[in-house]
Design a protein around this ligand. Sequence first.
Ligand code: GLP
Length: 241
Amino acid sequence: MRLVKVKGYEEMSAFAAGRILEKIKGSQEVTLGLATGGTPVRMYELLVQDYKRNQTSYRHVFTYNLDEYAGIPSDHPNSYYQFMFQHFFNHVNIPKENIHIPQGLTTDLHQEAKRYEKLIDKISGVDLQILGIGENGHIGFNEPGTPFTKETHVIELTESTRQANARYFDHEDEVPTHAITMGIATILKSKEILLLASGDKKAEAIYQMFSKDHDVECPASALKTHPNVLVIADEKAAARL
Ligand code: GLP
């Protein structure tokens, strides 16, 4: 696991967008694992800016999102489906059929998790996975304690994660209690992983990730076993290293 320290949020976002563009421009077909949350917002903005300036084509890009809230429809304003279309997919020429996001509202969520895992298995893991990190060290929605052998699955969110994500909802009790997420084993199938972290709220999680050795209480520490992980942390997020 390598670390690149950058000054702030803007530099972190530019670094990540630059790596994505290299992959897109350098491949005839590319699969990206994508993340939501506040962290990658500027990265998506920069990709959209690049698209407007340079018409970088996304026709050969296939995307697989990390996770989705359970129990809300894809047209719910807080679904990760809406997030992805608003921040990114609506603004570039990616064909809709290339986009994959787990369905959070289905009759059988466990079946949906299996279906989603099969899609990722079929491509033997994504080429480039973008990750954020939760304040408690979660990646995707793999909360502390989740076995690292888990593939895509349904998970109950911890109170601290629900609180951290409450800022996007009108009331805290509207935050879903469950989610469907790629498992750690799914994430580790990726050929390359970029984990982004910005701000002092992430300093403890980044410290734990580097100091813990493959500890289920810090899900991000699972990344240590992967041969191609780059952590891009800004000064505040890397403050405890
Ligand atoms: C959510 C998402 C994660 C994300 C994390 C951090 O729980 N499921 O994928 O990395 O929040 O979010 P933020 O970037 O808003 O701090």
